[in-house]
Design a protein around this ligand. Structure first.
Ligand code: FES
Ligand code: FES
Length: 164
């Protein structure tokens, strides 16, 4: 089936079958490999992209439901987006595998709630699994990108002086 998808502001013709999940079309047909395959069953968030500004799990979204929908992937951010800059500043990624999905949800959050509360952040990032445990740095980076004070780093406790 030939179909046109609106990806990152461009109409792109795709040949995949109508029931092909978007993730496979993005990566294998369109070469947009910034979006990652994690679980394939809508459980981890690694494959998150935006559809008309809302986060979706592209591993579980057949392209037949996306005619006329504006799809946005990590490639559209260009590397210098304020959220990406905050991610760099806070040295968020560890292995990096989950991070494009995390960033896309953070972008959607800040578009809808420019000054998010902790509860807003929890709600938006819920269900994004990071096996490296970068959750605290993600929270700090989101707050920084929003112009809110990130949580203070844990105090460094001086080691007691050695007894002679
Ligand atoms: S790969 Fe889509 S949610 Fe895990
Ligand atoms: S940075 Fe490794 S899974 Fe999140």
């Amino acid at each position: 089936m030939a179909m046109t998808l609106d990806v990152n502001g461009k109409p792109l013709a795709v040949k995949a079958a109508a029931d092909t999940p978007l993730l496979w079309v993005l990566r294998d047909e369109l070469g947009l490999t910034g979006t990652k395959y994690g679980c394939g069953i809508s459980q981890c968030g690694a494959c998150t992209v935006l559809a008309d500004g809302q986060p979706i799990r592209s591993c579980a979204m057949p392209i037949e439901g996306l005619a006329g929908v504006k799809i946005t992937t990590i490639e559209s951010l260009g590397g210098a987006h304020p959220v990406q800059a905050a991610w760099v500043k806070h040295d968020v990624p560890q292995c990096g595998y989950c991070q494009s999905g995390q960033i896309m949800s953070a972008v959607a959050l800040l578009d809808s709630a420019p000054k998010p509360t902790d509860a807003d952040i929890d709600g938006a990032m819920d269900g994004h699994i990071c096996r490296c445990g970068t959750y605290q740095r993600i929270r700090a980076a989101i707050k920084d990108a929003a112009g809110l004070a990130p949580a203070a780093p844990a105090a460094v406790v001086a080691a007691p002086a050695a007894k002679l």
